[in-house]
Every structure is written in structure tokens, then in C-alpha cells.
Design a protein around this ligand. Structure first.
Ligand SMILES: *[C@@H]1O[C@H](CO)[C@@H](O)[C@H](O)[C@H]1NC(C)=O
Length: 330
């Protein structure tokens, strides 16, 4: 390359990297078309992979029924996909035994968008992220943090495990696979920046954030203080509608006093913690169910309908929210 041309390319590259890149989110994006009428429906399950045990198979069966009724577009997993210690590798039979052989209903043969939970970090994390699993079962999409844009709603999946101090400072006898996460401080600050800029860029009517850990919970683990202090202010500033998580093995809906964010816990995919609840009764708590089950959501331009189900398919709780149709939606 000749001198001036070379210099021009370098300056352009410099401007792109330094000036443009920091404002653009680095998160990988997936486009998922809504139904022809513009609406969307999906299920959420969390904390599930126990080879069918602890009612996992019963939850799966009811997910199949509700999935068919609502003609779902995809399934979201809020993490802790494989107990107790994630996958040992891409050839771990648990992928068949806890996922492929369990969620067999026709309506569940859709894309599954998965995040990682703390138990997944105790195994070979890169196995769950590996395209080899997607070759075995094309439903499987698992990344640390990513975005799914459905036009009507944008979903921001956030890797919450690395935020939690306890796993680093007192791991007890667990070994966590932190490959790809260290140095931790840099990983977290990049992630928060990416989530913030992706939310700011979003033109979707509804913004939904999904993570493994609880933001607000009266269950076993309670609130996750690290994400409440670091992630929640970003969600509030960007007017996120729903924060959806697992981690506490229950079904839970908590509203908030100081914003419109609703906190929805769907962590009842298998073993649940009966009776394990903070006895304080706040009026923000719309549902606390300490048995197994899952959640559904239906979204249109003007409305979100959420429902929680037990292992018999009974609706435990329903909730709806509305937004005006704007001229720009037409
Ligand atoms: C399965 O669900 C039923 C009904 O909620 C409950 O009574 C039973 O204890 C559950 N079994 C396990 C192993 O969690």
C-alpha cells in the first residue's frame, strides 16, 4: 500500500475503533421473527437439569401442553441447566438425559435461549457454549450474554454468575470454571457497558432482561446484592419492563415501588425448596409459590400477559401490563 492511502485506512480504522466502537454494544445478536400478526409468546423455565427427577418430567409435560395452547415461538432457560455441576464436556450424557430426552413435546421443538447459572459454572462452561451441542440438538443456543431481537420485544440475556463475590472469595469445595471471565473486574465493567449501550440503542417497545440470579426475591437466596447495586440502576435508567431470573427454586412475581420493572422468578424446573420463604409480607409480592412449575408470556404491541403454572398445569397467578399504541407503531 502506498503511504497516503495507508494513512487514510489507519485513520478510518482508528476512528471506527475508538470513536464508534465504545458506543456500540459488543453483544452477539440474534433476530427472531414474531408471528405474522406481530405478536410473540414463549415459556420460561429455570433450574431444571436433573435427568427427569424431582418432577422435572412433569414440568416438561405441562410446558408441552401450554406451549401448544399458546403456540410458543421459543423457550427461555434462566440457567442452572445441568445439576449438580454443569456438564463435564460436550459428550456428557446429561445433555441427552436432562434436556433432549425430557423436553420432547412437539410444541417445545423451538429455539431454546439459555443463560448459565452458578451450577453450570462448576462444570466445563465451554461445553455448554459449544456449537457441538447445537449440532446434537438444533434447539440449543447458550451464550454468556447476548441479545434476541423479536421486533416487538428485545431480550437482553446477562451472565450474572461472575457478579457474585461469594463464588470467588469463598467457593467452599466447588471449583468454578472462570475461563473467559478473568480478569473479573474488566469482564464485569465491559458487560455492564455493553448492556447499557444495547438498551440505549434499543428501539423495541418492550425491553426484557434475563439473568440467572435474583434481583428481588423472598425465597432461599433473597436478593442478589451485587446485581442489585450494579445492574439494576442500568435497567431502571433504560426503562426495562421485566427482569426474569431463576436461582431461587420457586415461582415468584414481585413488583416495584420506584419503577415499572417487574421481577419474575421462574426457577421451578425441578427440585424446589418447600417452605423456604422470608416471612416478611410486602405488598409488592404478587406471587410466591414454593413448588415446581414454569412461566409463560404473550406479547403484543399494547400488552404483556404473564402466567405461572404448577406441575398439573394449573394457573397459579396471572398478570398483565399495557402500553398505548404510538403512531410510530403503525
Ligand atoms: C412433585 O410435585 C408434587 C405436587 O406439587 C409434590 O407433592 C411432590 O413433593 C413433588 N415431588 C418432588 C420429588 O419434588
Amino acid at each position: 500500500m502506498s503511504g497516503p492511502w495507508n494513512k487514510h485506512v489507519l485513520i478510518t480504522a482508528y476512528l471506527l475503533c475508538v470513536v464508534v466502537a465504545p458506543c456500540l454494544s459488543e453483544l452477539e445478536r440474534f433476530a427472531h421473527a414474531p408471528k405474522p400478526d406481530g405478536s410473540l409468546s414463549f415459556l420460561v423455565v429455570g433450574d431444571w437439569g436433573r435427568r427427569g427427577g424431582y418432577n422435572q418430567s412433569k414440568v416438561a409435560l405441562q410446558m408441552g401442553n401450554v406451549g401448544e395452547e399458546l403456540d410458543i415461538d421459543f423457550v427461555i432457560s434462566t440457567g442452572d441447566n445441568f445439576y449438580d455441576d454443569g456438564l463435564t464436556g460436550v459428550d456428557d450424557p446429561a445433555f441427552h438425559q436432562s434436556f433432549m430426552d425430557i423436553y420432547t413435546s412437539p410444541s417445545l421443538q423451538k429455539q431454546w435461549y439459555n443463560v448459565l447459572g452458578n451450577h453450570d459454572y462448576r462444570g466445563d462452561v465451554e461445553a455448554q457454549l459449544s456449537p457441538v451441542l447445537r449440532e446434537m440438538d438444533s434447539r440449543w443456543i447458550c451464550l454468556r450474554s447476548f441479545i434476541v431481537n423479536t421486533e416487538i420485544a428485545e431480550f437482553f440475556f446477562v451472565d450474572t454468575t461472575p457478579f457474585v463475590d461469594k463464588y470467588f472469595v469463598e467457593p467452599e469445595d466447588h471449583v468454578y470454571d472462570w475461563r473467559g471471565v478473568l480478569p473479573r473486574h474488566q469482564y464485569l465493567s465491559n458487560l455492564l457497558k455493553d448492556v447499557d449501550s444495547a438498551l440505549k440503542e434499543s428501539k423495541s417497545k418492550w425491553k426484557i432482561v434475563v439473568g440467572h440470579h435474583t434481583m428481588r426475591s423472598v425465597g432461599h437466596h433473597g436478593d442478589t446484592i451485587e446485581i442489585r447495586t450494579q445492574l439494576l440502576p442500568i435497567l431502571k435508567a433504560n426503562k426495562v419492563d421485566l427482569y426474569i431470573n431463576g436461582h431461587d427454586h420457586c415461582l415468584e412475581h414481585i413488583s416495584s415501588r420506584d419503577s415499572d420493572i417487574q421481577y419474575l422468578t421462574s426457577g421451578g424446573g425441578s427440585k424446589s425448596w418447600k417452605g423456604d420463604v422470608d416471612p416478611l409480607n410486602h405488598k409488592e409480592i404478587k406471587l410466591y409459590y414454593d413448588g415446581q412449575g414454569f412461566m409463560s408470556a404473550q406479547i403484543t404491541q399494547t400488552q404483556i400477559d404473564v402466567a405461572f403454572y404448577d406441575i398439573f398445569g394449573n394457573v397459579m397467578h396471572k398478570w398483565s401490563t399495557y402500553k398505548q399504541l404510538l403512531r410510530s407503531d403503525a
